[in-house]
Design a protein around this ligand. Structure first.
Ligand code: SF4
Length: 96
């Protein structure tokens, strides 16, 4: 359904006939770390993310996985091959 709150006219899965179902009743504005991202949209109410209603939450545990302007840090092993950071942490823990 199309948004009628902060991003009027944009399709949103949180919009219902009774209004916005996202906690708080509307989207939250972007944070400083979002500046430069291609997913930022500007409306009369301010700047918002086009794919996630609460941008600050997306940055709480590191780089936002939807960000277009920042790449997550790639972990490489001794030979220079990319490795899964979770597996690398488990391997490192086993060596201790
Ligand atoms: S995709 Fe991530 S970085 Fe980009 S505007 Fe949305 S929350 Fe911010």
């Amino acid at each position: 359904m199309k948004c009628t709150t902060k991003r009027p006219g944009f399709e949103c899965s949180f919009m219902t006939k009774k209004g916005c179902a996202f906690p708080g009743g509307a989207c939250f504005e972007i944070i400083d770390k979002c500046e430069g991202c291609a997913r930022v949209i500007t409306t009369e109410a301010g700047k918002f993310c086009s794919v996630y209603p609460h941008p600050e939450m997306k940055w709480r545990r590191g780089v936002c996985n939807f960000a277009t302007h920042v790449q997550p840090k790639v972990v490489k092993d001794e030979s220079g091959k990319k490795i899964n950071p979770l597996k690398a942490a488990k391997r490192a823990a086993r060596r201790r």
